[in-house]
Design a protein around this ligand. Structure first.
Ligand code: GDP
Ligand code: MN
Length: 348
C-alpha cells in the first residue's frame, strides 16, 4: 500500500524523523486554518500518490492568507497525471540550503536492504542515476546486522553530504532504516531531505510503501487504508486473497494463482496471458484450474497459456481437447507473449 505524503510523514514522525509542522485540509478554509496553526510562510501541497507534484503545480509557497486561498483553490481539483487532488497538506515552509536524497528498499538479488543516499536531491533520482550515477552512494545492509550509527556515518561521508549536515543525517538515516524495517515498508524515501541555513536536517517529502504482507501485525494501518479510494479491481482481488495491479495497456497477465475472474472484469483487457512456470505449483493443477474457471465464468477475452515446469506434459494433455481460437497454448514465453499481443489487437 502506498501512503500519501502526509501519512508517510506521520509514519516517519513515529520513528523520530524530523518533519515540518503542518496539517491536512480538504477545503480552502481548512487550508487557511492549518496555515495559521503552522505559522507563515507555509507550503501548500497536493496529496496525490504520484511524484513530480512540484513540477505539475501541486506544491506552492504562500506568504500570507491571501496566497494560501489562491494556491489552495488552484490545487484542490487539480489533475496531476490522472490523479485529482482532493486533499492538501499545509506545512510551515522551510528555508533550504541543500537538497539531498535518501531511501531504503529491498535488493532481492542481493538478499539485502539497499540504501541510496545522494547530495544531489530534490530532482528525480532516476534522472541522477542516468546523468550522474556516481552521485548516488549505495549501501547494502544485511538484515541480520542492521544499520549501525557508525556505518551510517561512513555512508554519509561517502555520499559527500555537507559537513554541517553529516552528524544529523547519519542519525536520521538510522531512524529511517528502523522505520523501513520495524515499520514494514517496501520503500521509505525522502526527497528532498534538506539542510536549512540554520543547520537543521529534516524531511521535506515522504514516499512510503507499506508491505501489505505485514498488515496483520499493524492494526494501525487500517487508518491509512480507509482514507483512500482503492482501485476497484484491486479491491475485488483482495477479497479473494490475490494481488491485482491495474496497469495501462490491453494484455492482462496472470503470473500466479487463479485470478482469471478478476482480470476478466477489467474492461481494458483484450487478451489474457497466463504465464506459469510450475515449481511447487504443478502445471496439471493449473490446467485444471483454468478449465474450472472457464466453466464458471464467461471469459470475455481470448486466453493464451504458456505452461511449463513440473507436470507440464500432463497439463498440456488436460488442455488438449479444449483448445480453440479463444484458448491458445504456446510452448515458450516469447511465443505466448507475441500471441497475446496479437490477439489484443497490437503488433508483435
Ligand atoms: P514532489 O515534487 O512531488 O516530489 O514534491 P516535494 O514535496 O518534493 O516538493 C517539490 C519541491 O518543492 C521540493 O524539491 C522543494 O524544492 C520545494 N519545496 C517543498 N517544500 C518546501 C519548503 O518548505 N520550502 C521551500 N523553499 N521549498 C519547498
Ligand atoms: Mn519529492
Amino acid at each position: 500500500m502506498d501512503l500519501f505524503e502526509y501519512q508517510g510523514k506521520q509514519y516517519f514522525a513515529r520513528f523520530g524523523i524530523p518533519i515540518s509542522k503542518g496539517g491536512v485540509a480538504d477545503t480552502v478554509e481548512e487550508a487557511v486554518a492549518q496555515a495559521e496553526a503552522s505559522g507563515y510562510p507555509v507550503v501548500v501541497k497536493a496529496q496525490v500518490k504520484v511524484g513530480g507534484r512540484g513540477k505539475a503545480g501541486g506544491v506552492k509557497l504562500a506568504a500570507d492568507v491571501d496566497e494560501v486561498r489562491t494556491h489552495a483553490g488552484n490545487i484542490l481539483g487539480l489533475d496531476i497525471k490522472g490523479h485529482v487532488v482532493k486533499r492538501l497538506w499545509v506545512e510551515h515552509a522551510s528555508d533550504i540550503d541543500k537538497e539531498y536524497y535518501a531511501s531504503f528498499t529491498l535488493d532481492r538479488s542481493a538478499k539485502k536492504h539497499l540504501g541510496m543516499l545522494s547530495a544531489e536531491g530534490g530532482v528525480e533520482i532516476e534522472e541522477v542515476a542516468v546523468t550522474n550515477p556516481d552521485a548516488i552512494a549505495l549501501l547494502h545492509v544485511d538484515p541480520v546486522d542492521g544499520l549501525s550509527l557508525e556505518a551510517a556515518r561512513e555512508w554519509v561521508d561517502r555520499a559527500n553530504l555537507d559537513e554541517p549536515a553529516r552528524a544529523q543525517a547519519a542519525e536520521l538515516l538510522v531512524k529511517l532504516y528502523t522505520c523501513y524495517t520495524e515499520g514494514d515498508c517496501d520503500l521509505a524515501e525522502i526527497n528532498p531531505l534538506i539542510l536549512t541555513p540554520e543547520g537543521k536536517v529534516h524531511a521535506l517529502d515522504a514516499k512510503v510503501t507499506l508491505d501489505d504482507n505485514a498488515a496483520y501485525r499493524h492494526p494501525e494501518w487500517d487508518d491509512f487504508a480507509g482514507s483512500d479510494v482503492e482501485d476497484e479491481r484491486e479491491t475485488r482481488a483482495k477479497e479473494r486473497g490475490l494481488n491485482y495491479i491495474g496497469l495501462e495497456g490491453s494484455v492482462g497477465i496472470i503470473a500466479n494463482g487463479a485470478a482469471l475472474e478478476v482480470i476478466n472484469s477489467d474492461p481494458a483487457v483484450r487478451s489474457i496471458f497466463v504465464n506459469i512456470f510450475g515449481g511447487i505449483t504443478r502445471v496439471d493443477e493449473v490446467a485444471k484450474g483454468v478449465l474450472e474457471a472457464l466453466d464458471r465464468v464467461e471469459i470475455s477475452s481470448p486466453i493464451v497459456l504458456r505452461l511449463d515446469g513440473t507436470n507440464a506434459v500432463a497439463g498440456r494433455e488436460i488442455l488438449a481437447d479444449h483448445l480453440s481460437d479463444r484458448l491458445v497454448a504456446e510452448p515458450t514465453m516469447l511465443d505466448a507473449a507475441r500471441r497475446a499481443v496479437a490477439l489484443a489487437g497490437g503488433k508483435s
